[in-house]
Write a protein that binds this ligand. Structure first.
Ligand code: ARG
Length: 400
């Protein structure tokens, strides 16, 4: 009997063709695996399609909760945003997919896993490295990286093998989406001078068309994890979806990023990440209140490292664990409530409170009740300015 392969299956044309191609080209029996992390409308239909095309088994799972709890929230606690712009939705989904592929391969006694990534993106790296870290004995095949077919040839292959080709005109874009965000590239977006046309956006209203009055939202955090909206406790997935809907209505979360891919090229990606944008901003605002200056400065450096590491496919590494442990420690007092104002594409922080706030009214106020001892300042400044005075005496500043 031929070996088995577990294929990450989306139900789209490419991975459907991959089922047949893996059979024909590699003589493998194909088990498909489809995971819903906030992107799949009808899992059962996808399962049926896989079987119809020729898979010997087809698994589908809803992993939304695991995705949010084990991948998205740790990244939120870290404030991980790639190059200051991209909240890493696609990048965070890949290690989870890798882990599930490995688990399924082990259960089913497969020798190989396969995925639909092309050979020029980051996602192939994330899945290949993820699988290698978790099960180095497994072989990985990426059909689209090997077969070198154009879109027309793929359609021809599908027709020849009796695989149904969607009748709807294919989207001019390449899209990946999950609960944390939507990534859109290709087509007219490949010209960096082109403004993204409206048909790129599905989750966010154009700011021109959003309500004329703002909305306010109170987000409650517990140890850096969002747990309530407007005082109502919510489960992780429901909370993210609720923020997503509201922020999208107000046109929040559109990102146009010229990004540096791991494989060395610059690419342009449009993102829609309404929930991520609001939650990241609120989380940081709470940290501003409860973390000391040094903690904030150091944590920002860790955030950049952490974001690079996620982007570069290194989730399952010792380095990630170490950074996660540091981040977890920083969240001890990140408990409190942030009030945001959503209006015309902007999310503004308008209120913050926490039992652990380091903001001390009696120290900050210029009104009565001021507890700051101003008479101590000249002595402090005398010592603080000592090196500057010493240097100026010996090495005077040149005249302008
Ligand atoms: N550039 C993003 C990343 O590397 C998204 C990749 C997938 N994008 C897409 N439109 N299919 O994580």
């Amino acid at each position: 009997m031929s070996d088995k392969v577990v294929l990450a299956y989306s139900g789209g044309l490419d991975t459907s063709v991959a089922i047949k191609w893996l059979e024909e080209r590699h003589n493998l029996r194909v088990i498909t695996f489809t995971v819903d992390i906030g992107n799949v409308p009808d899992l059962e239909a996808i399962r049926q399609k896989a079987l119809k095309v020729g898979a010997i088994k087809a698994f589908v799972v809803d992993a939304k909760e695991t995705f949010i709890k084990s991948f998205v929230f740790p990244a939120l606690q870290a404030d991980a945003v790639y190059e200051g712009q991209y909240p890493l939705a696609t990048a965070l989904g890949r290690p989870l997919i890798a882990r599930l592929l490995v688990e399924t391969a082990k259960k089913e006694g497969a020798t190989t896993v396969a995925h639909g990534c092309t050979g020029k993106g980051n996602d192939q790296v994330r899945i290949d490295v993820g699988v290698a870290a978790l099960a180095p004995e497994l072989k990985v095949i990426a059909p689209a990286r090997e077969w070198n077919m154009t879109r027309e040839q793929t359609i021809e292959y599908a027709r020849a093998h009796d695989i149904s080709v969607p009748i709807t005109r294919a989207s001019p874009y390449s899209i990946d989406e999950n609960l944390w965000g939507r990534s859109i590239e290709c087509g007219v977006l490949e010209d960096t001078w082109n403004e993204p046309p409206e048909d790129v956006f599905l989750w966010t209203k154009s700011p021109e068309k959003t309500p004329t009055r703002p909305a306010y939202l109170e987000i409650g955090f517990d140890h850096g994890i969002p747990v309530s909206l407007g005082g109502e406790k919510l489960e992780p997935v429901a909370l993210v979806q609720r923020v997503h809907d509201l922020a999208g209505q107000y046109g929040i979360g559109r990102i146009d990023h010229i990004e540096n891919r791991l494989v060395g090229i610059k690419s342009r990606e449009i993102y829609e990440a309404p929930a991520a944008m609001v939650l990241l901003k609120a989380h940081q605002a709470l940290e501003d209140l409860v973390l000391a200056k040094g903690q904030l400065r150091f944590k920002a450096k860790v955030a950049a490292e952490y974001a690079d590491l996620i982007y570069n496919g290194l989730w399952f590494t010792g380095m990630r664990r170490d950074l996660a442990a540091y981040v977890e420690s920083t969240q001890r007092y990140v408990t409190g409530t942030i009030r945001v104002k959503l209006f015309k594409g902007n999310c503004q922080i308008v209120g913050r409170k926490s039992p652990y706030s380091l903001y001390d009214y009696s120290l900050a106020t210029y009104d009565k009740g001021d507890a700051f001892d101003q008479s101590a300042s000249p002595g402090f400044i005398h010592i603080w300015g000592l090196p500057a005075r010493t240097q100026a005496r010996v090495q005077p500043e040149p005249p302008e």
